[in-house]
Design a protein around this ligand. Sequence first.
Ligand code: CP
Length: 322
Amino acid sequence: MTSGTQVWDRKHLISMSDVTRDEIGHILETAASMREVNRREIKKVPTLRGKTVINLFYENSTRTRTSFELAGKRMSADVINVSVSTSSVAKGETLLDTLETLQAMTPDLLVLRHPESGAHAFLSRNLDTSIINAGDGRHEHPTQSLLDILTIKDQLPLIGKRGFEGLKVAICGDLLNSRVARSNAIGLKTLGAHVRWIGPPTLIPAQAEEAFGVEVFHDMDVGLEDVDVVMILRLQRERMQGAFIPSVREYFEFWGLNRQRLAKAQPNAIVMHPGPMNRGVEIASDVADDPERSVIRHQVGNGLAVRMAVLYHFAGSSVRKG
Ligand code: CP
């Protein structure tokens, strides 16, 4: 998007590595105005009237699916949720056949979550319709990163920072299986933040420093020292084959965020979690519910605003080039 001219020239949202610093800024600006809509008594605007959004989730979701649906409805789009378990996917239809079938019904946007890393990139080369990545395997979850960035931006005055430049963000836990960690490492580094990945050696991808430009720590107490933001990730046991951790009890003892560990971070450091949380596994309940430090529910509210902004730009409400 070029400031002032309302031109948006990106068709798909697949990876945070495609999204420029300016584009992040424009999405956050739009999201901030969408929050105003969400505070009104009548929470509906005609912005996407006549547009059609199809949501297709091949993996479970509460936050992402609901917020994309609500985002479309609040902007007057026609929103269709395809239930994968009752669709013809269950009869063996391929992903591309399913998406080509849906494309033939002329939607403006396809919002897709799929367990295969790279599914969206493949589809974007084979379909004309705009595709929004709502999570692909371990690869990326760009709208989660955008809502996390908006949440951090909101908290910068509390943290005592003026911007993202030099901000220290620790992303902790199961980095190996986390698309949130990958999208956030890319998005936050685009804005100039320093990103640390903290977790057991079995749950950190090989060559993470080189591949993602992050600092890697295997000791929570060392890695959390002086950070401004602590982002805790869920143990994604559904993606684990074999024993990556000795036991849940030991995992919490060594890698769980509790008050003592949080005290290693800056005094005003905020606590984030993309959800769903496993209390007593990666985070203690009193930390998750701490009204002074935890912004976990604020992240969810921002998820709706960010997805409204994403639909607005990618469904073509701002003029598309070419
Ligand atoms: N954070 C996130 O993607 O949550 P859901 O799986 O509930 O959508």
